[in-house]
Design a protein around this ligand. Structure first.
Ligand code: AHG
Ligand code: MN
Ligand code: MN
Ligand code: MN
Length: 337
């Protein structure tokens, strides 16, 4: 596809010739892009329109919600609830799957989203994002229930994220590689700026929250100790480290210049009864689909993330993703015990 084409045109072109394509998927991605443009505008305006700060409430994950966590969630429901493209919606910020607006037409797709990723960064004017995962509602199901959403990541039809950074960028996969679109804010369109993005198999940059190191399992400690020891240790290279605390920014850096990202299981989370921090359905699965489509790998340290059969809509998992050879090494360390 030629560089500079619009996101909408890109979707129309890739859908052309697919038997039975009705335009519903094109419409759905258009709804998502409208939502992301609105969020981009709110994030740009920030304090000028009073959207920063805490809302004083907690979500189902036990996190304090920012005002923008709630507003962006509403923007998504408003953009996707009325147009007859989505059959159902689920979000990090809603305890249960979303009740669709009464009387609105229903489509065939399930959309799971993290409306504001990295929300701890919003009040300090650091990059945040939106992550989405698209599944098909099971055949003949027009009013999907929670169990209809619990499909493994391998079933995703598409996944993407929008990064609200110095530029606003939409990064998308429909299973045919990874494309990057940049929002031209003057005329309000996402334009294709990078096609067929690929992650180098090797890297010299890792991303992990080091403050959790005393809670990590032995295989994670072993890997990070080796990175820190660099050429003086078991590796033949020195490593650099980054931690933005916005998964979207972290994954975008890896797609742009390589790297490996980890939010592993740790004893603190285990004590709280969760296997990891990041959410399988609207963080780990969509990011894994994108990373794999760009030639990278994504595991929990023990198994491929997209092979997991979900047990709950808000299920959390450990995440190790990025450069293939590093992810394989970390996974080997876990399997060696
Ligand atoms: P969210 O803002 O959607 O709750 O997600 C935050 C996630 C993820 O984006 C990031 O990688 C991680 O939490 C940061 O966690 P720490 O603050 O523990 O470093
Ligand atoms: Mn959150
Ligand atoms: Mn998130
Ligand atoms: Mn979030």
């Amino acid at each position: 596809m030629h560089i500079g084409t619009t996101l909408t045109n890109y979707i129309i072109e890739t859908q052309r010739g697919i038997q039975g394509a009705t335009g519903e998927f094109t419409g759905l991605l258009n709804d998502i892009s409208v939502a992301c443009k609105k969020i981009s505008d709110l994030v740009d305006k920030g304090d000028l329109v009073g959207v920063l700060g805490s809302a004083g409430s907690e979500n189902v994950q036990g996190e304090t919600q920012k005002k923008l966590d709630i507003i962006t969630n509403e923007v998504f429901i408003e953009a996707l609830g009325h147009n007859g493209h989505a059959a159902g919606l689920a979000s990090e910020e809603m305890d249960e799957i979303c009740e669709m607006p009464a009387g609105a037409p229903r489509g065939h797709y399930l959309v799971l989203f993290d409306p504001l990723d990295g929300s701890s960064n919003i009040d300090v004017n650091v990059s945040v994002g939106t992550i989405f995962s698209i599944l098909k509602a099971p055949e003949g199901v027009s009013d999907p229930k929670t169990e209809d959403f619990l499909q493994p990541g391998t079933k995703q039809i598409a996944a993407g994220y929008c990064l609200y950074g110095p530029s606003t960028m939409m990064v998308l996969t429909t299973g045919k590689g990874v494309q990057m679109f940049t929002l031209d804010k003057d005329f309000g369109e996402f334009l294709l700026t990078k096609d067929s993005v690929q992650i180098p198999e090797d890297t010299e940059e890792f991303a992990i929250n080091m403050s959790n190191s005393r809670f990590w399992e032995a295989p994670v400690k072993r890997y990070i100790d080796e990175c820190l020891a660099g050429k003086e240790g078991a590796r033949d290279k020195d490593f650099n480290m980054r931690w933005v605390a916005s998964m979207v920014a972290e994954v975008h850096r890896i797609l742009s210049r390589g790297g490996v990202f980890m939010y592993p299981m740790d004893s603190k989370m285990q004590a709280k009864g969760t296997a990891g921090k990041l959410r399988l359905m609207y963080e780990a699965n969509p990011m894994s689909f994108i990373i794999e489509q760009a030639g990278g790998a994504s595991t929990t340290g023990r198994e491929r993330i997209m092979d997991i059969s979900p047990t709950g809509i808000h299920q959390r998992v450990p995440v190790v993703l990025g450069a293939k050879n590093e992810v394989e090494r970390i996974t080997r360390y876990h399997n060696e015990g």
